[in-house]
Design a protein around this ligand. Structure first.
Ligand code: NAP
Length: 481
């Protein structure tokens, strides 16, 4: 068997392992193994690539390996679960930068060798090679600066608010035209000076485009943007794979590209918004028109009725069917361990406890699942929205912990509400609803929630962790008495 066949067979094995790993990541029970399977695939791909290409000098490779390993180990140990979106944003950004550098290096080779010698040594055609270099640099550049900006928004280094200005779409459109023009000149001009001018133009403008693309998108939509940028980093890697004719890079790039798009689509569907709405509408930039808040359809008259931890205990002690609905506030407060403790106490008291999980509760897909898993909540207790909703009328108590939009009944009945049509967990159908939040703060969408005004709703005010500690303390003191 020739070495080329052996290499391509190894690449096929690596690709199959990537696909199997991805499939296994879809279920909590197999996710860890899926990660390992994909990592083994990547190891095979890297080792075979290093053996395939005649590496002139291993010093840079070993240096990169050491720096990467140290950075990876530190990140794995230090970065908190709640900071995963920021971490993924940076990883996407570096993926994009790597593809940009691959394209740039290949362009440098062409400049140094001249087209004739380059084509004789590396095959291809000027149009094909020029186009894939253009794509690797353009998509990589947009992904890099876009991801760094998304990271800065999420980490609070810059304002999370959408930055909007008059003629923004026109400016972005012009930048795109400029990039395409630069690409056209670089691919077709032939004259080295013009090729350099075209290349420099699209390199610089792609970096600016990433920035201006993320600018008008609000911090709350960053998870969708990050998953979209993840998809772009895959496409950039795919283009880089064509640049250096590496099959496994092309396959891996396609897998990342498609899974990123699928994840973005899942999130958009769960919010009942289109991807174009998320990317271009400037959602969250100001006052939200309409809605029950403004006296829209189905507006409920009522007042907020506070409840103390002692009275909350009295309600919960008598409950037999309890559903806990966590949201972004649980993540902010890091109350997952207290939630688990309360659930355990309720079960010891004879109640059946379930956790209702909304697909976009929190600020990233699987946000609640990750936090509850960290607190060792048994996976079987988690029930998805579609499964829990038919059971809601049979629930004695629904405890809403820092969730707001995902339990807002306006989404189901107020056509003028900006979140109309977003599927929600029907907390309002439970016999009693206890909502834990700090005050009158709105959710991500910025609209009022009439759930809080219903006759059967009580508000347990305060930071979720502290409020839960109060209720848990009541349970413990009664047990000790
Ligand atoms: P939410 O609508 O953002 O509401 C969170 C609530 O938590 C707020 O009303 C806030 O009220 C309360 N809160 C904040 N800190 C708290 C603390 N320390 N203790 C107690 N309460 C606290 O959250 P959600 O119901 O989870 O909805 C998620 C939203 O994010 C949806 O609109 C969704 O579309 C959007 N989104 C999600 C994703 C995703 O992938 N998960 C992606 C993009 C967008 P107070 O200020 O009064 O405390």
């Amino acid at each position: 068997m020739s070495s080329a066949t052996l290499i391509n067979l190894s690449y096929i094995v690596a690709s199959v392992l990537f696909i199997l790993g991805l499939k296994m990541l879809g279920r909590q029970a197999t996710a860890r193994r899926g990660n390992l399977v994909s990592a083994v695939g990547m190891l095979i791909a890297v080792v075979v690539t290093l053996l395939d290409k005649q590496v002139v000098n291993f010093t840079w490779i070993v240096t990169g390996l050491v720096i990467g390993t140290v950075a990876g180990v530190i990140c794995a140990r230090v970065v908190k679960m709640t900071s995963m979106p920021e971490m993924v944003a940076l990883l996407n950004g570096f993926g994009g930068l790597a593809s940009l550098l691959v394209g740039w290096a290949e362009y440098g080779k062409i400049r140094a060798f001249g087209w004739e010698r380059y084509l004789a040594e590396f095959a291809g055609s000027p149009v094909f090679t020029g186009t894939v270099i253009f794509l690797a640099v353009l998509i990589g550049g947009v992904t890099f600066t876009g991801s760094v900006y998304a990271f800065a928004k999420l980490a609070g280094l810059v304002s999370g608010k959408p930055v909007l200005f008059r003629g923004q779409h026109l400016v972005n459109g012009l930048l795109l035209v400029l990039t395409a023009a630069g690409g056209g000149v670089a691919i077709f001009a032939g004259d080295p000076t013009w090729v350099l001018a075209g290349f420099t133009t699209y390199l610089v403008v792609s970096l600016v485009l990433g920035w201006t693309f993320v600018m008008p998108i609000g911090g709350g939509d960053m998870p969708v943007v990050i998953s979209f940028l993840n998809s772009l980093s895959g496409l950039a890697a795919c283009a880089a794979g064509f640049v250096i004719t590496n099959n496994v890079l092309i396959v891996a790039g396609c897998l990342v590209g498609t899974s990123g798009v699928i994840l973005s689509a899942i999130m958009c569907k769960a919010m009942n918004r289109s991807l174009t709405n998320v990317l271009f509408s400037g959602f969250g930039s100001g006052v939200v028109p309409g809605g029950a808040e403004a006296g829209g359809e189905g507006a409920i008259q009522g007042e907020l009725k506070p409840i103390s931890p002692e009275d909350t205990f009295a309600v919960l002690e008598a409950a037999r069917q309890v559903v806990i609905i966590p949201g972004y506030g649980m993540a902010v407060s890091q109350a997952q361990h207290q939630v688990r403790e309360l659930a355990d106490l309720l079960e010891q008291n004879g109640a059946e406890v379930r956790f209702a999980i909304h697909p976009v509760a929190g600020r990233m897909p699987g946000h609640m699942n990750v936090l509850l898993a960290e607190a060792s909540v048994p996976y079987e207790q988690l029930v998805e929205m579609d499964a829990i909703n038919p059971m809601m009328p049979t629930m004695d108590v629904a405890i809403v912990i820092g969730a707001n939009d995902v339990v807002n009944p306006a989404a189901a009945r107020d056509k003028s509400s900006p979140i109309y049509g977003m599927p929600i967990i029907n907390a309002h159908e439970a016999r009693t609803v206890i909502c834990l939040k700090r005050g009158k703060g709105t959710g991500f969408s910025g609209i009022e929630n009439q759930l809080f005004l219903l006759p059967n709703t009580r508000m347990l005010y305060g930071d979720a962790k502290a409020a839960l500690q109060g209720v848990v303390g009541e349970f413990k003191s009664i047990a000790a008495a």
